[in-house]
Design a protein around this ligand. Structure first.
Ligand SMILES: Cc1ncc(C[n+]2csc(CCOP(=O)(O)OP(=O)(O)O)c2C)c(N)n1
Ligand code: SF4
Length: 273
């Protein structure tokens, strides 16, 4: 179990242009406190890339390679091979991508890299839409959510497909380690990052990362919503290890309405007809 007090107190990502209350940047900031300076980041077009790499500034204090959407995990394999060739052991290569760059556009390359058994961690910060380009739905958008491409009106009532089960897709590759996490439960999340670090081979973590403008809520609610998602059963905390899936039980689930009500993307589901 990671002890929060023992984490790095210096920041390895600092001075980004993320919105106030961005769950994605929190997910990355927290993970880097466990990963430490011996890390090479590979990122893809996303809010994360947009807010951390404003030339000539770079918010990361570790090396960071920016690649195209579909090639993230292929580039990860390349960096892993390059480090091996140069005899640099002990450096972890970590892919960071939004849900669009993971469950949709980056899926093929990720599948290949996992299948090859390369030694890397892939962290998907899941804000449940393509936020950087204006809140378009992705394969990770939950059923019923309003996005700019799943509007609410005469033509539809928000997203009409269930969220893609990415953990099951990754687990089907017989990956050594995969997990879901939430930025609302830092100790659980960071313990999972620590476990992923200790794996010699591919590891995947999908962390729920609320987005105030994309979900339509006030920025001070980010952590609360990340907790409510778990407490209402919307976001199970799961781990797939050595072929076994475990899901943390929610003792007394809270009413789903508590999670939905603060978010404009679900307003139509609660509106009286
Ligand atoms: C192949 C390709 N398609 C589309 C784009 C345009 N684009 C850049 S960032 C982005 C959204 C990324 O969404 P996601 O991966 O979910 O990350 P987020 O912005 O939500 O952090 C899109 C569609 C692109 N750069 N490359
Ligand atoms: S739009 Fe959302 S994901 Fe993008 S920087 Fe702002 S809060 Fe973060």
């Amino acid at each position: 179990m990671v002890k929060i007090k023992e984490l790095l107190d210096n920041e390895l990502v600092q001075g980004s242009y993320a919105c106030a209350g961005c769950g994605g940047i929190l997910a990355v900031r927290m993970a880097l406190k466990v990963l430490g300076p011996e890390t090479v980041i590979v990122t893809t077009p996303s809010c994360l890339l947009g807010v951390t790499t404003f030339y000539p500034q770079l918010a990361f204090k570790v090396p960071c390679v920016n690649v195209t959407f579909p090639s993230t995990a292929a580039a990860i394999s390349g960096v892993v091979a390059g480090l091996r060739r140069r005899g640099k052991s002990g450096v972890k290569v970590v892919g960071l991508a939004g849900d669009g760059g993971t469950v949709d556009i980056g899926l093929q390359a990720l599948s290949g890299a996992i299948e090859r058994g390369d030694n890397f961690i892939f962290i998907c910060y899941d804000n449940e839409a393509y936020m950087n380009t204006g809140v378009q739905r992705s394969g990770a958008t939950p059923l019923g959510a309003r996005t700019t491409t799943t509007p609410v009106g005469r033509a539809g009532r928000g997203e009409n497909r269930p969220k893609k089960d990415m953990l099951a897709i990754v687990a089907a590759h017989n990956v050594p380690y995969a997990a879901t996490a939430s930025i609302g439960y830092p100790q659980d999340y960071l313990t999972k990052v620590q476990k992923a670090m200790e794996i010699e081979g591919p590891a995947y973590i999908q962390v729920l990362a609320p987005c105030p403008p994309g979900w339509g809520y006030s920025s001070h609610l980010t952590v609360k919503l990340a907790r409510l998602a778990v407490q209402t059963g919307q976001w199970p905390l799961a781990e797939y290890e050595r072929g076994r899936l475990t899901v943390k039980e929610v003792a007394n689930p809270r009413p789903l309405k508590e999670y939905l009500a603060p978010q404009a993307r679900f307003a139509h589901l609660l509106a009286s007809k």
